[in-house]
Design a protein around this ligand. Structure first.
Ligand code: 13P
Length: 255
């Protein structure tokens, strides 16, 4: 079974401009010769083609932040997986907590999007994680287990070897309040065990990323945890130098 190569993915969320992205890309290209990890940069739709061109010659690949669960048709404002592939995308985030909370995406819809992404030839980064109220009510494991179970029922564990799972506790996103390495590892270990119950081989191969206020200063101790295989980075990824530093914070491959 192959070792898990660390993966660090940027999620720019709804930020960027042609000019700002060019600046970011120039800084990234200058420092990206020997990234310690695999890398993905997930930008808003209008900038995907710009990233496709701008990341050529670097080890990083282009990601989107969402896709439609439908194949084509009358879905104004939506974008298919095939369109993303067409503009150079290799990855797509699905089920981010902001989409779940602000766009009412259910576990079932997230699972349908993961299936559609795989079908279109994209690598999905499937986001799961509990809210603060759920954590304080002692429901973290139940919530995360259910979110993952619905995706596993739709696509199976082995399919996720092509993508990744991102554990992002909602209370740690954009708050500066990172999960401690031990808190994160506890949930990552449970995710790995759930994968193992479905498919032991897949459990060893699927990368489980941590997201939520990851910065250059805290990345190394998070990534050193046994079941943390990299990160999904919001705010810090907007600064190329910080994103590069986080990519460099990964340890050797695990698994
Ligand atoms: P921050 O790194 O800004 O907390 O965002 C995390 C996140 O939501 C990445 O998808």
């Amino acid at each position: 079974m192959s070792a898990r190569r660390p993966l660090v993915a940027a999620n720019w969320k709804m930020n960027g401009s042609i000019a700002a992205n060019e600046q970011w890309l120039a800084e990234f290209r200058a420092g990206a010769k020997n990234l310690g990890s695999d890398a993905v940069v997930s930008a808003p739709y209008p900038y995907l083609a710009q990233l496709w061109v701008g990341l050529k010659g670097t080890p990083a690949e282009v990601g989107a932040q969402d896709l439609s669960e439908h194949r084509a048709g009358a879905y104004t404002g939506d974008v298919t997986g095939e369109m993303l592939v067409d503009v150079g995308c290799r990855w797509v985030i699905v089920g981010h907590s902001e989409r779940r909370a602000l766009h009412g995406e259910s576990n079932e819809r997230v699972a349908a999007k993961a299936a559609r992404a795989l079908d279109a030839g994209l690598r999905p980064i499937v986001c799961i994680g509990e809210t603060l109220a759920e954590r304080e009510a002692g429901r973290t494991h139940e919530v995360v287990r259910t979110q993952l179970a619905v995706v596993l029922a739709a696509v199976g564990a082995a399919a996720l070897e092509r993508g990744a799972i991102a554990y992002e506790p909602v209370w740690a996103i954009g708050t500066g309040r990172t999960a401690t390495p031990a808190q994160a590892q506890e949930v990552h270990g449970a995710i790995r065990a759930q994968l193992a119950a479905a498919d032991p081989g897949a459990a060893r191969a699927v990368r489980v990323l941590y997201g939520g206020s990851v910065k250059p200063a805290n990345a190394a101790e998070l990534f050193a945890q046994l079941d943390i295989d990299g990160g999904l980075i919001g705010g810090a990824s907007l600064i190329a130098r910080d994103f590069l530093a986080i990519c460099a914070a990964v340890p050797r491959p695990k698994g």
